[in-house]
Ligand binder design. Structure first.
Ligand SMILES: Cc1cc2nc3c(=O)[nH]c(=O)nc-3n(C[C@H](O)[C@H](O)[C@H](O)COP(=O)(O)O)c2cc1C
Length: 339
């Protein structure tokens, strides 16, 4: 099976009124289709996320020793073969059609990512089954995944953290930007935005490395750091929580300058190839997260589809590192890209 087969298979079982499993997942066809994988409002933020990576070009330099490159990274004491992770996608049936239920989807994604040297984040949703199934899938791999808890009210967050702890997950995330999702906005007791003090309480209750997902400003990054987060994900939730956001590629570098070194910085949003991954690392990220294309990979080929996609990304990253003269991830530097 190659990546084209994966996409073709996906088109046969995804709800194509919502997602067309496009050759490049660039936000153009789904635009603002929600339910579905589109973006909020006019729907151009996911498109901008993708396009801004394309505006960055890589700088070729083949005058260096010809030897294999090392793509491995360490995160929270674990070694991963590559600096990319599968992103959280919740309520899979609602957004992509019922070929997969939550449990089967999470099981396939989490286990095949673990088997192929990376880790998957899992999603959360109004239906409590979403987080339960995510934690079951992570427990089945000995904790090799990262549950992403929504910013519910504090008692509900604590309930979800109990599930996370039982799963043995090596880290936990919270998509604080989910404050912009309609179902969270209207909840009683109120859910959504968290003060630094509330976030610090949640970080402490988690007791494992805590990742704040959905940071788009230096100010936000400093607040996450003050609350005790071990990492942030520079993310606008793929454009699904606020219309007319900046692209993540536009804000990544300034955020890395402000907090890089103090905590890990990951980034998502429109990263689609090993070349894009290289660009994000050159701007200062410690790793990247890719969400929507992993859904297509599961729908189009289950475990094998995920493996094919991981190998495709790894091959592209390896080629870019070799062609730009970076022998390992730490050697990828700012002067290897041009904006
Ligand atoms: C259908 C759908 C569901 C999502 N569900 C979640 C979720 O439950 N938790 C979360 O943190 N992010 C969720 N996201 C956001 C993604 O994790 C990611 O931040 C975003 O899609 C940008 O990455 P991408 O451009 O690689 O898809 C969801 C995205 C989509 C398209």
């Amino acid at each position: 099976m190659n990546y084209n087969d994966v996409l073709q298979n996906a088109r046969a079982c995804i709800d194509t009124a919502k997602c067309k499993a496009c050759p490049v997942c660039n936000g153009l066809a789904c635009r603002n289709t929600i339910p579905g994988p589109g973006a909020k409002g006019v729907g151009d933020t996911a498109i901008r996320n993708y396009q801004k990576w394309q505006d960055i070009r890589v700088q070729m330099d083949t005058l260096h020793e010809n030897k294999p490159v090392d793509m491995s990274v360490q995160l929270f004491g674990r070694k991963f073969s590559y600096p990319f992770f599968a992103g959280p996608v919740g309520a899979i049936g609602l957004h992509y059609g019922n070929a997969y239920d939550e449990l089967t989807y999470n099981k396939i994604l989490v286990s095949s990512c673990a088997e192929n040297g990376i880790a998957a984040f899992t999603g959360d949703g109004l239906d409590e089954k979403v987080m339960v199934s995510a934690c079951e899938a992570i427990a089945a791999t000995g904790g090799a995944g990262i549950p992403t808890v929504k910013p519910w009210n504090l008692p509900l967050v604590e309930e979800k953290l109990q599930l996370v702890k039982k799963s043995g997950a090596f880290a936990v995330a919270m998509d604080v930007d989910a404050a912009g999702l309609p179902f969270l906005k209207n909840m009683q007791p109120p859910a959504g935005s968290k003060s630094v003090e509330e976030l610090a309480e949640i970080v402490k209750a988690a007791g494992i490395p805590f990742i704040v997902k959905g940071v788009m400003t230096v100010r936000g990054a400093l607040k996450a750091h003050a609350a005790g987060a071990a990492a942030i994900i520079v993310s606008n939730h793929g454009g699904r929580v606020l219309d007319q956001c900046s692209a993540t590629a536009e804000v990544l570098e300034e955020i890395c300058h402000a907090v890089g070194g103090g905590m890990k910085v990951l980034v998502d949003g429109g990263i689609r190839s090993g070349v894009d991954i290289f660009k994000a690392l050159a701007l200062g990220a410690d790793g990247v997260v890719i969400a929507r294309p992993f859904v297509t990979a599961v729908y189009g080929g289950a475990e094998e589809g995920v493996k094919v996609y991981i190998e495709k990304l790894a091959g592209e990253l390896e080629d870019t590192m070799k062609m730009c003269g970076a022998e390992n991830i730490a050697a990828i530097s700012r002067d290897m890209v041009r904006i």
